[in-house]
Design a protein around this ligand. Structure first.
Ligand code: G1P
Ligand code: ZN
Length: 553
C-alpha cells in the first residue's frame, strides 16, 4: 500500500473548548460547525506531543453524530502519525469498555464520544473526552493544556482517505497504519469473567423463583447486557429492556434514576415485580440498583458492595482502600472504618480516582451520582455494579431490601438526597455560590441564622472544599461549599461541570441515623429541616426566584 496524502488545513481557534467534569460537552450542532471537532482533536494530539508510531482507541455511545465524528477522528489520527487505531464496530464502545480496551492493548489513550446521560440527537448534546494510557479520564493538568492549545490552534492535519467501513470487523491498512475494527463487547466480557463468579450468578439467573430486569435505556449497554446477562449467564430472553442502542435514545433522557428510568421503576414498584432491577446510562458508566419496591441509593450501593467484597472473587483477598467523592454520603466511610482501611474523599468527577487506583491505594470507589467502580478499569462501570449485586445476591441468598436494611442496622443509615436547580442563568448560579462563599467569611452570623431556622442543628464547620492528590501532590480548589453540623449532618453545594447551557446548582443533603427503629422513614421527610435550611443559607429563592428544585434524587 502506498503513502497516504495528508492535508494541512488552516483553522481559526475557538475559545470555548474547555473540558468540564467529564470532557468537552456541547450541543450537537455546536460540535457540527466547521472545524469544531477537528480543532479539539488536533489540540489533544498537539498536547500529547509526537504521536508517530503510537496507537489509539476510538469509540462512543452511539449517539447522533457518533459515526461521522469517528470517521473524522480516524483521518486526523492517521495524519498525526498514529500507526494503530482500534475502533469499536459501528463506532460503539461503552465508556468502561473503552477504558478496558485502552488498558488491554496498551494504547497511548483513547477518544470517547459521549455526553453520558444527556439526551442525544441533532438538537441535544454531544461530547468528546480523552482518556490516557491507564484507561482513565485525562488529569486536570492535561485537560488544561488541551484547552490552552485549543485557544491558539491555527492548523490541523487530516489524511485524504475514504471512510473506513466500521460495520465489518477486521483490519484495514491505510499507508503504513492499521485501523482495526473490534467487537466492542468481547474484551469487556472476558474482563468481567475474570472478576465474578459466573457459575453462581448463572445458577441464580436461571432459578425460576428469581427474576431480574435490566433497562439499557435505548443506549450502549444494550449490546453488553444482551450478551452478558442473556447469552453468557442464561437469564431469560426479555430480561433486557430497551436493549437496542438508538442515536436519540428513543427521544428519552438516558439517565438511570427514579425520574428517568420510568418503565423500569413501574415494573419494580409492583408487588410481584422482579427481585433485582437495574439501569445504565447513555455511555454505560452509571447504574441504578432497585429491589422489589425498594431503591438503593448510589451512596449505599458502593458501601454495600465494599462491605460484601468477600462475596466477589476479585475482591475476596481484601480491599486496598476505598474512595468516594466529597458530596457522596459517609456510608462508605463507616465500612472502611470497620474494615480498618482508608476511605479517601475526592472532588466530584471520576478523574480524581485514577491516581489512587494506579497507586493501588484503593480497590473500590463511587459517587452519589450513580457511579460505582473498581480497579478493573479507570472509569465507573454500570454493568460491573450490576454484576456485583448479582454476585452478592447469589452468595447471600437474601433479597435486596434484606441486604440493605441489615447493612443499615450494622452501620447506620445515611439518609441522603440531592436537589438540583437546573437551567439557572450563569449569573444566578455564580450569585448563589458567591453568597455562600461570603457566608463562610462570617461564621458567627451564619451560626445565628442556622439557629433561627433549624434550632436542632449546630454548625461544626463550613468550608470551600479543596483536595490535594496524595499521589502527585496537585491541589484542586473550589470543589464545593460544605456546611457540616455537630451530628455529622451535611449540606454541600456545587455547580455542575457537565451541563451544556446555563448553570445547575446541586445541593447535597445528608443525615446519619443509627437507631434501627428510625431507619425506615421517608427520606425527604427526615431531611426536611436540612432541606429548608439549605434554601435559606444559599438564598436560592432571592437570587434565582426558584422555590423548588427541578430534580430530586
Ligand atoms: C456529574 C456528577 C459527577 C459525575 C459526572 C460525570 O457531574 O455529579 O459525580 O462524575 O457527572 O458522570 P456534574 O454535572 O455534577 O459536574
Ligand atoms: Zn455516563
Amino acid at each position: 500500500m502506498g503513502e497516504i496524502v495528508i492535508h494541512s488545513v488552516k483553522t481559526t481557534a475557538f475559545d470555548d473548548q474547555k473540558p468540564g467534569t467529564s470532557g468537552l460537552r456541547k450541543k450537537t450542532r455546536h460540535f457540527q460547525q466547521p472545524n469544531y471537532l477537528e480543532n479539539f482533536v488536533q489540540s489533544v494530539f498537539n498536547t500529547l506531543g509526537d504521536c508517530r508510531g503510537e496507537s489509539l482507541v476510538v469509540g462512543g455511545d452511539g449517539r447522533f453524530f457518533n459515526l461521522e465524528a469517528t470517521q473524522t477522528i480516524i483521518k486526523i489520527a492517521l495524519a498525526n502519525g498514529f500507526k494503530r487505531i482500534i475502533v469499536g464496530q459501528n463506532g460503539f464502545l461503552s465508556t468502561p469498555a473503552a477504558s478496558c480496551v485502552i488498558r488491554k492493548y496498551g494504547t497511548l489513550g483513547g477518544l470517547i464520544l459521549s455526553a453520558s446521560h444527556n439526551p442525544g440527537g441533532p438538537d441535544e448534546d454531544f461530547g468528546i473526552k480523552y482518556n490516557g494510557s491507564n484507561g482513565g479520564p485525562a488529569t486536570e493538568s492535561i485537560t488544561e493544556a488541551i484547552y490552552a492549545t485549543s485557544k491558539s490552534i491555527t492548523h490541523y492535519v487530516t489524511a485524504d482517505v475514504a471512510d473506513v467501513n466500521l460495520a465489518t470487523l477486521g483490519e484495514v491498512t491505510l499507508g503504513g497504519a492499521v485501523v482495526t475494527v473490534i467487537d466492542p463487547v468481547s474484551d469487556y466480557v472476558e474482563l468481567m469473567k475474570s472478576l465474578f463468579d459466573f457459575a453462581k450468578i448463572s445458577t441464580l439467573l436461571q432459578n425460576e423463583s428469581f427474576s431480574f430486569c435490566f433497562d439499557a435505556m435505548h443506549a450502549i449497554t444494550g449490546i453488553y447486557a444482551h450478551r452478558l446477562f442473556e447469552q453468557e449467564l442464561g437469564a431469560p430472553e426479555g430480561t433486557v429492556m430497551h436493549g437496542t442502542p438508538l442515536p436519540d435514545f428513543g427521544g428519552e433522557h438516558p439517565d438511570p434514576n427514579l425520574a428517568h428510568a420510568k418503565a423500569l421503576v413501574a415494573k419494580m414498584y409492583q408487588n410481584d415485580g422482579p427481585d433485582l432491577g437495574a439501569a445504565s446510562d447513555g455511555d454505560g458508566d452509571r447504574n441504578m440498583i432497585l429491589g422489589n419496591n425498594f431503591y438503593v441509593t448510589p451512596s449505599d450501593s458502593v458501601a454495600i458492595i465494599a462491605a460484601n467484597a468477600h462475596c466477589i472473587p476479585a475482591y475476596r483477598q481484601g480491599l486496598a482502600g476505598v474512595a468516594r467523592s466529597m458530596p457522596t454520603s459517609g456510608a462508605l466511610d463507616a465500612v472502611a472504618t470497620k474494615m480498618g482501611i482508608r476511605c479517601y474523599e475526592t472532588p466530584t468527577g471520576w478523574k480524581f480516582f485514577g491516581n489512587l487506583l494506579d497507586a493501588n491505594k484503593i480497590s473500590i470507589c463511587g459517587e452519589e451520582s450513580f457511579g460505582t467502580g473498581s480497579s478493573h478499569v479507570r472509569e465507573k462501570d454500570g454493568i460491573w455494579a450490576v454484576l456485583c449485586w448479582l454476585n452478592i445476591l447469589a452468595e447471600r441468598q437474601q433479597s435486596v431490601s434484606e441486604i440493605v436494611t441489615s447493612h443499615w442496622a450494622e452501620y447506620g443509615r445515611n439518609y441522603y438526597t440531592r436537589h438540583d436547580y437546573e437551567a439557572l442563568t450563569n449569573e444566578q448560579g455564580n450569585g448563589i455560590i458567591n453568597h455562600l462563599l461570603n457566608q463562610l467569611t462570617q461564621p458567627e452570623e451564619t451560626s445565628n441564622l442556622i439557629r433561627r431556622i433549624a434550632p436542632t442543628l449546630t454548625l461544626k464547620t463550613c468550608d470551600n472544599f479543596s483536595y490535594t492528590d496524595p499521589v502527585d501532590g496537585t491541589t484542586s480548589n473550589n470543589q464545593g461549599v460544605r456546611f457540616i453540623f455537630s451530628n455529622g449532618e451535611r449540606i454541600v453545594y456545587r455547580l455542575s461541570g457537565t451541563g451544556t447551557v446555563g448553570a445547575t446548582l446541586r445541593v447535597y443533603i445528608e443525615k446519619l441515623e443509627l437507631e434501627k427503629a428510625q431507619q425506615n422513614e421517608d427520606t425527604q421527610q427526615i431531611l426536611s429541616e436540612l432541606i429548608d435550611l439549605s434554601r435559606v443559607i444559599a438564598r436560592i429563592e432571592d437570587i434565582s426566584g426558584r422555590t423548588e428544585p427541578t430534580v430530586i434524587t
